[in-house]
Design a protein around this ligand. Sequence first.
Ligand code: ADP
Ligand code: MG
Length: 291
Amino acid sequence: MAKQIKQIAIYGKGGIGKSTTTSNISAALAKDGYRVMQFGCDPKSDSTNTLRDGSYIPTVLDSLREGKAVKSSDVVFQGFSGVYCVEAGGPAPGVGCAGRGIITAVQLLKQQRVFEDLNLDIVIYDVLGDVVCGGFATPIREGIAQHVFTVSSADFMAIYAANNLFKGIHKYSNSGGALLGGIIANSINAPYSKSIIDDFAERTKTQVVEYVPRSVTVTQSELQGKTTIEAAPDSAQAAIYLSLARKIAAHTESKTPEPLELADLRAWAAKWADILLAMETGEIRDKAAAI
Ligand code: ADP
Ligand code: MG
């Protein structure tokens, strides 16, 4: 029997740290001996560059636009520790639907049975998630990914995007769509950031998988065109990415989240505004006690 390939989708608002986190997960799992593919599903097409010394690969959509029959060897490239890298790409600026790139790219690799031929253990889709567009929901809707994780900081716009993603997952959850594995909390340094993200996870009936601090090690690694796993393998930050990667590899039970209605999300945010203000004025010290 063919082995089950674990397919994970990582969503989050633009600039929140999806590609950085995903690339470190891919690098860590590859070092652990898994056969990994990272599938960039952001029209920016920069998902995989830190796995390849900062270099960019041709995208599936660009290759298709050239009009030739596209072979997997035209769009699948190996990077650090053998990670297979693919970028779906996007439409020509200002024309067409960006989400189409994902559908087209996934179909192309599926038709060519690339996942099976490469004997992959895990495919990780890195998906821009703050755009409400059918194409971006493809990895969830079509049952391509089994588990979805979202990268979010404690900033309201990131949480707003995560909540919208939860609405999408909820919508397709009865028709074979992917379910939610949890939140990867990124840029969590201040104690109140942890409290905010924990509270949001609790309210939406999900969990925080890992707390990743904002770290200059990540910045240094990125400037070298590398993941932190590659550039600073002995750093504390690399240990966090490794721990996250192992949790994701071991993860089996995803759930349907319970997104907040917009008015409830606003009320929730307003409560946190009050708490932060009270902390600033010294009225309360322990934010956890105030919830
Ligand atoms: P996305 O893929 O969500 O658009 P990126 O992964 O490209 O976002 O990250 C955006 C920027 O934030 C990058 O310059 C990246 O190095 C930086 N970044 C992300 N996470 C961290 C972190 N934990 N510590 C330091 N910098 C980070
Ligand atoms: Mg990205």
